[in-house]
Design a protein around this ligand. Structure first.
Ligand SMILES: *Cc1c(COP(=O)(O)O)cnc(C)c1O
Length: 358
């Protein structure tokens, strides 16, 4: 049976990414050697790194003066690298979910100065993104999480604030155009929208570095990695190769504008099926905040006892990964860039069939 991959991360990748990476693992560029067996300093791999960096900049229209890095450690390590590199006196965080909260915790723990939480939707289980907050004008940066993977809320545009921003874009990178100039740093684990797990992308504004007075451990210093072209130590070569395959695919498909069009189309299809259903309802309370990437829904209260039955039913119909995160419950359909709309239609058909049975 055909599988429809709604996994939250690691998650669906373009078929080309999987196939071409598999080929390179067997034999890279007819060299007779595996991608896994060559030096990261070889000409073949240097070419991979250079093209990945160039395509990243091209697809996101990254202006001059920014560096793109491919590192290890995941988005979770960036939660501490960001304060190490940019936090001198005062920073601000918007608490919109589990990952935002974890990022804020690292800044507080490092205690280089004052950490201001400008707003939080935690008391309402993160069912919306706070609005109407104000960001102090004297902060070193304002940290946001553009897509809240677990709760299914998303900032669909770059906020307007008068301070430099830092963003965790792990789960919505390349799904919409970004005004990079508003940010001094954008990072994310690659395993949601870009590559196999193991590589972290970081976009850094070069002249925002070098302004803190504390010591930065060498491996946590963005400067170290910029100077060595992401090869201060051995980079995760296989995931970086996978990222390059996805970047080529993105370009061939029409880039981020086309990804945004597809994301909106998929999300409109699924949200309207949820809203029109007798059994299901969405969990996000503010419609404007509904994520295009992670679509969260539950059974209405009077049908709550059907939840586990629906998970089984959906699984039997080829749906993979639709069970919601344990902190929200219900269901989550992650609809990343590579997900075809046919998969969304298959899920909708499956929901309708289930509804007809009850
Ligand atoms: C998955 C995720 C993370 C964690 O990423 P790791 O690479 O596993 O550390 C952080 N932030 C967001 C928004 C995520 O979706």
């Amino acid at each position: 049976m055909k599988k429809h991959n709604f996994n939250a991360g690691p998650s669906i990748l373009p078929r080309e990414t999987v196939e071409n990476t598999a080929k390179a693992i067997l034999d890279l560029n007819n060299s007779g050697l595996s991608l896994m067996e060559i030096s990261h300093r070889s000409k073949d791999f240097q070419a991979v790194m250079d093209e990945a960096e160039a395509l990243f900049k091209e697809l996101l229209h990254i202006p001059e003066g920014y560096s793109v890095l491919f590192l290890g450690g995941g988005a979770s390590l960036e939660f501490c690298m960001v304060p190490y590199n940019f936090f001198e006196k005062k920073v601000a965080y918007l608490n919109t979910g589990t990952w935002a909260n974890k990022a804020e915790k690292e800044a507080k723990g490092l205690a280089f100065g004052e950490v201001v939480e400008v707003a939080s939707s935690k008391v309402d289980n993160y069912t919306y993104i706070p609005k109407g907050y104000s960001v102090p004008s004297d902060v070193d940066y304002f940290h946001i999480t553009t897509n809240n993977t677990i709760y299914g809320t998303e900032l669909h545009a770059d906020p307007d604030v008068n301070v430099p921003m830092v963003a965790d874009m792990s789960s919505d990178i390349f799904s919409r155009p970004i005004d990079i100039s508003k940010y001094i740093c954008i990072f994310g684990g690659a395993q949601k929208n870009l590559a196999p797990a193991g590589v972290t992308f970081v976009i850094v504004k070069n002249d925002a570095l070098g302004k803190v007075s504390h010591y930065i451990p060498t491996m946590l210093d963005y400067h170290t990695h910029i100077e060595k072209g992401s090869m201060f130590n051995t980079p995760p070569v296989v995931p970086i190769y996978g990222a390059l395959m996805t970047l080529r695919w993105l370009k061939a498909q029409g880039g981020v504008d086309e990804m945004q069009r597809r994301a909106k189309e998929r999300a409109d299809m699924l949200y309207s099926a949820i809203d029109g259903s007798r059994l299901f309802r969405g969990t996000v309370t503010c419609e404007a905040d509904r994520s295009y990437m992670n679509i969260c829904f539950v059974m209405k209260d009077e049908y709550k006892e059907l939840e586990s039955e629906f998970v089984t039913f959906a699984t039997e119909h080829g749906m993979v990964g639709v069970k919601g995160h344990r902190s929200v419950g219900g269901f989550r359909a992650s609809c990343y860039n590579a997900l075809p709309k046919e998969s969304v239609q298959a899920l909708i058909d499956c929901m309708k069939e289930f509804e007809n049975k009850h």
